[in-house]
Design a protein. Sequence first.
Length: 162
Amino acid sequence: MATLTLDLPEAPRPQAAYRLAADCPRCGVPLVLRQNRQTGALFTGCSAYPGCAFTEPHDSRVQTLSTAVVQAVQRLAAQVAQAQAEARCQVAAAQAAAQRQVAAERATLERSVRQLIALAHPDRWPNTPLAHELTVALVALRETLRPGPHVAPPAEGTATAA
Ligand SMILES: [Zn+2]
């Protein structure tokens, strides 16, 4: 059966140091956002620490901006997950509808074959070998219309997506 898969962005995880979109003015490696363990204050530091001890006070406007970006990514991930769930529901509903339609068509065919079997019954056509042959052929046809053991009947009210 069809399975819809979408690649979801990974949920952002809290990190010890956020990489900033700027490089150290002293050594040129990327700057990171760090937190003072004692005071809890945020500051910008060099990712090459302790090789490079460059620091500068953190601009809280940058923190606000990066928090907004993280929240936007989380909202987007939630929206993608919701769209994925809705798509799965639609696929399951379409599969259930198709199974119902196949079952209905098979039932109609079986009804027609039953009527033909009754019509061709040898008792109605004594001394007619064709009636016997026709009945045998129709009974064989009816057997082919029965759902095989490999076809599970659709469970009522549940949709299985494999
Ligand atoms: Zn540096």
